[in-house]
Design a protein around this ligand. Structure first.
Ligand SMILES: [Zn+2]
Length: 242
């Protein structure tokens, strides 16, 4: 269990402007972590030969929220689940404002669906403790009913894979290569924490670099997760929609 995040939430401070800034920072930080876990999901699928039935993008989203459930104390896990869910909501909101059509052809599900899938799996992991969160985020009752089963499926697949990585013991299989930007600081800490807990079957480089677009991806050729430096600014813009 991990107790802390890199940045402490200042949301309880009396000054609204400071509280709002802290909330936006937490949103950006939470989404950098969520997106990193999504890309790590792709890397684990590739490096560990995890069989996937269905869309790999859905499996990577499931891995991301499962990691948040599995690695963090309840309060922090809930904060992260809110931030990651709002990330999908904000993307959908931005696309709507820009009058973009839903990209049905895309390998990712529509953002609205990723929003509900993320909430559902997280809620299903502890329905008693997370009922308020599900209600707050408008998870419909008819979906909520089956979320414990959806979580069980996620745990049966990803939980088993994660256990295997942890059983190998700590190592240095994640290798950080980035600067000390906010993204760089968060990922350097993630790499340190994950190395202290698990080992992959091959070295995986985590790179933070400028790529001319706000994106993140796993490159199977170079066995590398690339988090584009531009993503951070994009997330701060999304944070304005909170
Ligand atoms: Zn992906």
């Amino acid at each position: 269990m991990r107790l802390s995040r890199l940045l402490l939430s200042l949301a309880l401070l009396a000054c609204p402007a400071v509280a709002e800034e802290a909330e936006q920072n937490a949103f950006v930080e939470g989404n950098i972590i969520g997106i990193f876990y999504h890309e790590l999901g792709h890397a684990v699928i590739d490096l560990e030969g995890v069989p996937i039935f269905g869309q790999e993008e859905d499996a990577a989203d499931t891995f991301s929220i499962f990691m948040i459930h599995a690695l963090f104390e309840e309060e922090t896990a809930q904060d992260l689940a809110y931030d990651v869910s709002f990330g999908f909501w904000a993307e959908a909101d931005l696309a709507f404002e820009n009058e973009e059509d839903v990209a049905w052809w895309d390998e990712h599900g529509p953002d609205e669906q990723r929003f509900y899938n993320t909430i559902c799996i997280f809620y299903g992991g502890d329905p008693d403790a997370r009922a308020d969160l599900a209600a707050d985020l408008d998870l419909p009752e008819e979906r909520a009913e089956q979320c414990p089963f959806e979580f069980d499926q996620a745990e049966a697949s990803w939980g088993t894979v994660l256990d295997e990585l942890v059983d190998r013991g700590p190592g240095e299989t994640l290798v950080f290569d980035g600067d000390d930007s906010l993204t760089g600081q968060i990922l350097a800490q993630e790499v340190e924490d994950l190395n202290a807990m698990l080992s992959l079957s091959a070295p995986l480089q985590i790179t933070v670099e400028s790529c001319g677009e706000s994106n993140a991806f796993y490159d199977a050729e170079t066995v590398e997760i690339i988090m584009c430096a531009e993503f951070e600014d994009h997330l701060f813009k999304l944070a304005d929609r909170l």
